[in-house]
Design a protein. Structure first.
Lengths: 96, 242
């Protein structure tokens, strides 16, 4: 996987990172932060627990891939009431 | 009148609702499979509790895209009665039929216990059998019932009187969402919902979602009948308009 990709043809990996909106209390993040502190990691001030998706897709040359991925986020992957997201498009298939 | 209970893969309160409607209230009830595209004439549609699609992605998110939800949406938009209980409420939020979203419970636990609810609206098809201010006891069983909405939209929800039930003390008092448990370890707003919201409706009042389970307290043998009036109200409302 190499460069950032903005336009079609060939395999593309869309990496979507979803995280709780900053103004929303994140109970999971809070619990993880206190667990890290209990383990002796000093200085942990805050944890936001989110999730990420890696979507392999093949787009036509004319397609605006980012627009398509953002629509996926809006229609299914992200609940905009409580979550924010960012999209990164990469050439080729993501390697584990 | 005919009632429909939608069955999703992972629903587990569908039979309870069916039982109350059919055997306690003597109504004609049918199960509707999530893959169907018709409500088969159902006038009251119930989205039951459970773990539809294993709660994959977000609770209710996959179910909201089921084929039957398009029919539920048409029914709701035409003024038909739709009741979402627990996971069904989460589906109504995920499908946008009701506003807001659910977060994990504040304490991160799956909470299975009785709570107290204050009735805020007694003029809805679902709540005519109650009186405003009445305190009900009802079970909850969920890990994601911590209701939230954007501050400005929450305000308009409140102003429009669309909060139907709130978590309260046995005396009917609302506790703050960040209140600590009392000396007995009791916490009335168990999941930490904003404004102690346990149930809301749409503007017209024909769509209602709630986290507590009225179907689990609607028959004498269950030791609590506080939920029965909800179903009998809905059934009664349909008989009046029929």
């Amino acid at each position: 996987m190499a460069n950032k990709k903005t336009k079609g043809t060939g395999p593309i990996t869309a990496r979507i990172t979803v995280y709780p909106r900053p103004e929303i209390l994140d109970p999971q993040g809070k619990a993880i932060a206190s667990a890290l502190t209990r383990l002796g990691f000093d200085g942990v001030e805050d944890v936001r627990a989110g999730k990420s998706f890696e979507i392999q897709l093949r787009a036509a040359a004319t397609q605006d891939v980012e627009e398509v991925v953002r629509r996926m986020c809006k229609d299914l992957l992200v609940n905009s009431v409580v979550e924010d997201y960012s999209v990164e498009l990469l050439d080729g298939e993501a390697k584990p | 009148m005919r009632c429909g209970v939608v069955v999703f893969p992972g629903s587990n309160c569908d039979h309870d609702v069916y039982h109350i409607l059919k055997h306690v209230l003597g109504q004609e009830v049918t199960f509707l499979w999530h893959g169907e595209d018709s409500l088969r004439g159902s006038e009251l549609v119930v989205l039951p509790g459970g773990f539809s699609y294993g709660d994959y992605l977000r609770a209710g998110a996959m179910a909201a895209l089921s084929p039957i939800m398009a029919a539920v949406r048409r029914h709701a938009e035409a003024g038909g009665l739709v009741l979402g209980i627990c996971n069904g409420f989460q589906m109504l939020l995920e499908s946008g039929l009701l506003p807001g979203a659910m977060r994990r419970n504040r304490n991160l636990l799956f909470e299975c216990r009785d709570v107290f609810l204050r009735v805020e609206r007694d003029d809805l098809p679902f709540t005519r059998g109650y009186r405003k201010g009445q305190v009900l006891r009802m079970p909850i069983a969920h890990a994601e019932g911590n209701y939230i909405h954007h501050a400005d939209q929450l305000e308009s929800l409140e102003e429009a009187g669309r909060v139907v039930f709130r978590y309260v003390s046995p005396e009917g008092e609302v506790a703050a969402e960040d209140a600590a448990p009392n000396e007995l370890g009791e916490l009335w707003n168990v999941n930490g919902s904003i404004n102690a919201i346990a149930g809301i409706c749409n503007e017209e009042g024909n769509i209602m979602g709630m986290m507590p389970h009225p179907e689990r307290c609607a028959e004498e043998i269950l030791g609590n009948v506080d939920g029965l009036a909800l179903f009998s109200s809905a059934v009664g409302a349909l008989e009046v308009t029929a």
